[in-house]
Write a protein that binds this ligand. Structure first.
Ligand code: ADP
Ligand code: MG
Length: 348
């Protein structure tokens, strides 16, 4: 279809970068956000502000668009479902129902026969205190966590005994893994057995937030192939349309684990804007809008540095060389632990 208008739910940096990628291939975008200051509105053609469960706002948004996608997985399932009755939502809303809940997500990965950390659900204090075999471990809220939010590292049985959780929320506990490396694989699925896949990206986290990403990842060929195969398989099992990211752990014995699945474009893939002929964002737009799949090629090796909190203030006044690309997410407020921008450095 020509002259399509794509609706994007969420107006943070991912929404902004999706809107920029769409503009490049002549697709109009309307961003829908519950944040009046959402930076995405500076990049999209139109903007709708309102609560994600406000039916009038949902209707206003739906009328403006031909097809809908989203920048983050924590949109209420009901909202996506309601929109999907009128305009197609891709990836399909029922995928979110699995992935936005850490327990269902991990159950799904195990059903695919891929390794995850040892995990269990926690619904009350009695269950929590019995999980001594998960120490050292991490407790995570089952829903709405990101960038390490809603996570509690448990280093000892004493800490397990002393922690107080609010049981209005659901949790999982995971055994802690001694990590050798973390990698991610980004795949865009266009249809049955039709993919564009990026090579594994090596990631470094600080305080559970992504700090650096780079290609090529320094890993064995066996892990390169395995991680790509698993990501393809997962996207096929989910009947996913669009860009998806699988985050992996590699332990000291070179075992590969799926950490989590992001049913969307991913922070580790920001470097693809500059390192590849087609970025993860453009491929996502192409897939959900039904455009041609074009061969995606790496042009340069690259490294990405996330600018978190006050980092941005320094970078806003910096001079950059011709192989450095600075992205300012134009967020209104600088907050600690908030992703404010990134820098990609190409290795020419
Ligand atoms: P988020 O949804 O916030 O990204 P993750 O589950 O990916 O949550 O955790 C964030 C980071 O915390 C991981 O990338 C990893 O560095 C660290 N982490 C989380 N779970 C474990 C674990 N079981 N063992 C070791 N490190 C972990
Ligand atoms: Mg993660």
């Amino acid at each position: 279809m020509v002259n399509q208008t794509l609706g994007i739910i969420g107006g943070g940096q991912l929404g902004s970068m999706l809107a920029s990628a769409a503009k490049k291939i002549n697709i109009r975008t309307v961003i829908f956000s519950d944040d009046q200051d959402a930076p995405g509105q500076k990049f999209s053609d139109d903007f709708v502000f309102g609560k994600y469960d406000d039916e009038n706002i949902i209707n206003e948004f739906v009328e403006k668009v031909d097809i809908v996608t989203f920048e983050f997985e924590n949109i209420p399932f009901e909202t996506l479902n309601k929109i999907n009755e009128v305009k197609k939502v891709l990836p399909k809303p029922n995928i979110n129902k699995i992935i936005q809940h850490r327990l269902y997500e991990k159950d799904f990965i195990n059903k695919c026969n891929f390794r995850t950390t040892l995990y269990d659900s926690i619904k009350n204090d009695k269950e929590l205190k019995s999980k001594t075999n998960f120490v050292p471990g991490i407790i995570k809220t089952s829903t709405f966590g990101y960038d390490g939010k809603g996570q509690y590292k448990i280093n000892s049985v004493k800490e397990l005994e002393e922690i107080n959780l609010d049981y209005n929320k659901e949790y999982i506990i995971e055994k802690f893994i001694n990590l050798k490396k973390e990698i991610s694989v980004i795949v865009t699925r266009f249809g049955k057995q039709k993919y564009e896949i990026y090579e594994p990206i090596e990631n470094i986290h600080e305080d559970q937030i992504l700090k650096n990403s780079k290609i090529p990842a320094e890993i064995s060929n066996e892990i390169i192939e395995k991680s790509k195969d698993w990501a393809k398989y997962i996207s096929e099992e989910l009947d996913f349309i669009g860009t998806l990211c699988v985050e992996y752990f590699i332990d000291k014995k070179d075992n590969l684990y799926v950490n989590e699945i992001a049913p969307r474009v991913h922070n580790s893939g920001h470097l693809t804007i500059n390192s590849h002929n087609i970025s993860q964002f453009e491929n996502h737009i192409r897939a959900v809008c039904g455009l041609n799949k074009e061969e995606t090629k790496k042009l340069f090796n690259a490294k990405m540095i996330n600018l978190i909190g006050n980092d941005i203030l320094v970078y806003r006044n910096k001079k950059f060389t011709s192989n450095e690309f600075f992205f300012d997410y134009l967020k209104k407020e600088v907050k600690p632990k908030r992703k404010m921008g990134h820098l990609t450095i190409l290795k020419k």
